[in-house]
Design a binder for this molecule. Structure first.
Ligand SMILES: Cc1cc2nc3c(=O)[nH]c(=O)nc-3n(C[C@H](O)[C@H](O)[C@H](O)COP(=O)(O)OP(=O)(O)OC[C@H]3O[C@@H](n4cnc5c(N)ncnc54)[C@H](O)[C@@H]3O)c2cc1C
Length: 310
């Protein structure tokens, strides 16, 4: 670790504890038992630009986008999905509808009347992301790396402006902030911000904790019961869902698009995915992907991390 990141503190501090625990910030062993370094890993530092790139690629293949409008109903005909109705009354007819509304998925599934046919639920979870300056004199932008660190209970990565971006890995000692209404939640930074930064300061020597200048954001994960997404059909023919991304899956989006296309094509050709799950060969790894793994009907997957790690 020290070879890869000169300012790292390689002591063991975990398992994570709450801020009022007397052991908070105290080492539990002189060294971590080990770490895994993945040279191929990386991160996207401009989510908006990367999303726009996907939009442009989609438009180049004939896709169309409609902005600043709201789906208010899912149309049905002869017991099948038949498109959507918009807030201004416009109806868009289509034989296939895919719910990708994430924290708002429930409202859309309710419109389609398919909530009853699901074993796995998802709920909006309010989370905070902290941005703090790099330790003084260190070029974190170029020398920092993406770290997922169960020992301090955080993930972190370099952020533009020589900052460190820090999020929580939801350690067992923390209470989670579940939200009932995705249109109404506290968007301000709270003590969770400081907790995350102080936990990270265990791992990065000299990390500032600028309490009076908190920077970052608060937003919602669309979090499933087992923190694994739902990529599936529904009980309404023609209505599909790609939801429950649980704070990860951003970079998976293009691959998930391919997977959903495979699922939809096979189901529309008559395959009963609930009984005989669709699988397909992934383009680069040549391994089989069993899409049934993401079924809305699955039992809670006890092997999950039950955190943003997925
Ligand atoms: C704070 C935070 C940090 C994250 N960090 C990471 C990370 O480091 N790595 C990672 O891989 N993932 C991360 N994620 C998760 C990632 O952002 C999501 O997996 C991803 O955005 C899901 O994309 P999506 O298009 O499926 O849904 P979303 O991005 O949620 O988009 C859903 C869209 O549907 C729209 N919508 C909702 N209801 C309606 C309606 N009735 N009519 C019309 N439109 C509607 C919404 O306005 C929204 O634009 C993070 C998430 C959060 C909140």
């Amino acid at each position: 670790m020290e070879e890869k990141l000169a300012i790292v503190d390689s002591k063991q501090y975990g398992p994570p504890v709450s801020q009022d625990d007397p052991g908070f910030g105290t080492k539990t062993a002189d060294n971590l038992p080990g770490t895994v370094y993945i040279p191929e890993t990386g991160y996207i530092n401009d989510a908006r630009l990367s999303t726009q790139n996907v939009q442009k690629a989609c438009e180049a293949r004939g896709g169309e986008f409609l902005y600043n409008t709201e789906v208010t109903d899912v149309l049905k005909k002869d017991g099948c999905a038949d498109g959507v109705k918009l807030k201004d009354g416009t109806k868009i007819h289509a034989p296939i509808v895919v719910n990708v509304a994430c924290p708002h998925w429930y409202q859309i599934n309710e419109m389609a009347d398919v909530i009853g046919g699901m074993n796995i639920n998802t709920r909006p979870l309010r989370v905070e992301v902290s941005h703090v300056p790099s330790p003084e004199g260190f070029d974190y932008n170029n020398l920092g790396i993406m770290m997922t660190d169960g020992d301090v209970g955080n993930y972190s990565r370099p952020e533009v402006g020589n900052n460190v971006l820090i999020g929580s890995e939801e350690p067992d000692c923390d209470d989670l902030d579940w939200v009932d209404d995705p249109d109404n939640y506290n968007q301000n930074l709270t003590d969770q911000w400081s907790l995350q930064v102080m936990r990270q300061a265990q791992r990065i020597k000299g990390l500032p904790v600028p309490q009076s200048q908190r920077q970052g954001l608060a937003s919602l994960y669309d979090c499933s019961d087992d923190w694994i997404p739902i990529y599936d059909k529904s009980d309404l023919p023609g209505f599909y869902m790609a939801i429950g991304t649980s704070g990860n899956q951003y970079k998976n989006a293009p691959a998930v698009g391919i997977m959903m296309a495979q699922l939809i094509t096979k189901c529309e050709a008559g395959c009963d995915h609930d009984k005989e799950p669709v699988s397909y060969e992934m383009e680069f790894t040549k391994r089989q992907c069993n899409i049934g793994f993401y079924s809305r009907l699955r039992k809670i997957n006890k092997d999950s991390s039950f955190s943003v790690v997925g």
